[in-house]
Design a protein around this ligand. Structure first.
Ligand code: SF4
Length: 333
């Protein structure tokens, strides 16, 4: 099925759609509740959000123009003829439902788009927004991408995430009962996290009803609070070898049916402070493959059989995420 020691998202898309599906990234001009004061100000300490710390943003180009340019480019460069529209920039559910509908409807005229994804925060979703997203699922495969980053609230507080693991569990719970796919974002190497903390996050994720994961390595960007901490020597970052070992340890704890969309960071060189090696994407992926070969393991090697087989995903997820129904109802209102 796959020549990689982990289940790549590319392979998933080939199995699902019978061929290559190319992602088109869209900046629809959303802002973020952790910047505009709704949840917090200043944003996560690693986020380079200069230039959008206002109550609203406008897309640099109309969404349709971005879609058409993305499709034309990918057809020429990759000979792709199926596309996934990815509403990527900032928090892509952070607007009134009628406004979201107008934005998402922009993809409707394009028959080549077979799937779409929205990147968001667990605190920026509601049953009404999920209803809207699900309403597209008879035409597209619809993905909700949740930024978790860490399952430890002390870490989330340390990086001013202004969100919690409990809220993430609630979001997973209410999303997983719908015809929607879920992708989870995790950052390895956040300040104050031990190796054990990161492995705990993988172990907590393992039984949950999600479908895909993006693993980012902590990288320091210019003009962020974290840059100042880093320059003061208050933050340690991974060497490439340390990261490769950690990400392999992490993936060994993630079930093998979860597709892997990313294992590095995508930092534009103009804003990257450190580590410089995170620009060597090809080398990082090669080293991860080599490390798995050296160990004789692969994604899911350390997941015990009963994590996903003894009970259905959702039943088990609810068992492991005992989130009070009354609290869920309060958050949903
Ligand atoms: S949630 Fe995302 S966009 Fe918002 S501050 Fe954090 S990293 Fe930046």
């Amino acid at each position: 099925m796959t020549d990689k020691p982990y289940f790549t998202f590319g392979n998933y898309l080939k199995q699902r759609f019978g061929g290559r599906v190319q992602k088109i990234s869209i900046d629809a001009g959303f802002t973020c509740p952790n910047i505009d004061g709704t949840k917090g100000v200043g944003g996560c300490t690693y986020c380079n959000n200069e230039g959008f710390s206002y109550n609203s943003r406008v897309a640099l180009r109309p969404v349709r123009e971005q879609i058409e340019a993305g499709i034309a480019f990918s057809k020429k460069r990759f000979k792709a003829n199926q596309f996934l529209a990815y509403f990527q920039a900032h928090t892509n559910t952070f607007a009134p439902v009628n406004q979201l509908k107008k934005i998402y409807d922009e993809i409707l005229p394009y028959e080549e788009i077979v799937a779409f994804a929205v990147g968001t925060r667990p605190d920026s979703i509601s049953p009404k927004i999920l209803d809207l997203l699900e309403s597209y699922s008879n035409r597209f495969e619809v993905w909700v991408e949740y930024g978790l980053q860490s399952s430890h609230n002390h870490t989330l507080a340390r990086v001013n995430r202004c969100d919690t693991y409990e809220r993430f569990l609630w979001a997973i719970d209410v999303t997983s009962t719908r015809n929607l796919k879920i992708c989870v974002h995790v950052i390895l190497g956040l300040p104050g996290e031990t190796h054990e903390d990161m492995m705990k996050t993988a172990e907590r994720l393992a039984p949950l009803p999600f479908h895909s994961i993006k693993v980012h390595l902590l990288h320091i960007m210019k003009d962020t609070p974290m840059e100042k901490e880093y320059l003061r020597g208050e933050i340690q970052i991974f060497s490439m070898d340390e990261y490769v070992e950690t990400v392999c340890d992490f993936l060994e704890r993630i079930p093998s049916d979860i597709s892997v969309q990313r294992l590095t960071a995508d930092a534009p060189p103009s804003v990257l402070v450190a580590p410089a090696w995170c620009l060597e994407r090809k080398t990082i992926y090669q080293k991860i493959d080599q490390e798995f070969v050296r160990r004789g393991t692969r994604q899911g090697s350390r997941v015990s059989d009963n994590v996903r087989q003894d009970l259905s995903w959702k039943h088990q997820a609810r068992r492991q995420a005992p989130f009070p129904i009354a609290e869920a109802a309060r958050l949903a209102s």
